[in-house]
Ligand binder design. Structure first.
Ligand code: ADP
Ligand code: MG
Length: 240
């Protein structure tokens, strides 16, 4: 499980996160809701080591990972599917997926069945299978998003961070992304999810936190947040 305690983070001198505390229990899906610029992506970046927190504590399965480099955090079992995809454009789909398994092929992380997991990713994302040898940069936006998710899953992570997996996708593909998230939940994958479609995120999530200007303002079981009048008015109208 993932635990964040009193996390603060800044870009230069601009403080963005203020004493964020949240936990993602094993096997659960937790969603972080907030307007543009609230600090959702920054929270995920601080957790996965893309930026250094200024203070606070982050632990994964009871082990502190605060401030470690991202490769070490990945080896500890945390995978991050970042906002804006960031696939390796000149590599094939298959090579992008295998790079996600890199910590398992080198050291630190249990190797397990990499070819079997690759086959399972292709089952989960049939579009990627059809395009296995294609350069990732030539995929559509939706396909690249699926590749970013698949690459993160290839770590066999203990915790998966998904930052806006449906951003910029056509409605049918948005549905497909949520179907996949539900399927991953059914497999017991622990997730922290950020989604523009907050209502759909609360449907799949067990628990939610609302982030306002870098602070957690409300949190509770997803069913409770869905019916909270203030949350409904601010976040559940449409896409944010
Ligand atoms: N690389 C950056 N450098 C400076 N400021 C940033 C950077 N990335 C984000 N910010 C600022 O941090 C705040 C939180 O942004 P972000 O975490 O991306 O929000 P969200 O993901 O909730 O939309 C915003 O005010 C944003 O302008
Ligand atoms: Mg963001």
């Amino acid at each position: 499980m993932l635990q964040i305690e009193n996390l603060n983070a800044a870009y230069g001198k601009v403080e963005v996160l203020h004493n964020i505390s949240l936990s993602v229990p094993k096997g659960k899906v937790v969603t972080l809701i907030g307007s543009n610029g609230a600090g959702k992506t920054t929270t995920m970046r601080a957790v996965s080591g893309m930026i250094q927190p200024t203070s606070g504590k982050i632990s994964l399965n009871g082990k502190a990972i605060t401030g470690l480099p991202s490769n070490k955090i990945a080896r500890s079992g945390l995978a991050h599917s970042p906002e804006g995809r960031r696939v390796f454009a000149t590599l094939s789909v298959t090579d992008n997926l295998l790079l996600g398994a890199f910590p398992r092929l080198t050291f630190g992380r249990e190797k397990g069945d990499v070819p079997g997991d690759l086959a399972r990713i292709f089952e989960l994302f049939p579009r990627l299978k059809e395009r296995a040898e294609q350069q990732a940069g030539t995929l559509s936006g939706g396909e690249q998003q699926m590749l970013a998710m698949g690459r993160a899953l290839m770590l066999n992570p203990d915790v998966l961070l998904l930052d806006e997996p449906s951003m910029g996708l056509a409605p049918l593909l948005v549905k497909e992304v949520f179907r996949i998230i539900s399927e991953l939940k059914g497999r017991g994958i622990t997730m922290l999810l950020v989604e523009q479609f907050a209502a759909a995120a609360l449907e799949v999530a067990d628990y939610g936190y609302v982030l306002e200007n870098g602070r957690i303002s409300v949190h509770g079981p997803a069913g409770q947040l869905k019916n909270d009048p203030a949350v409904k008015a601010a976040y559940l109208g449409a896409a944010h």
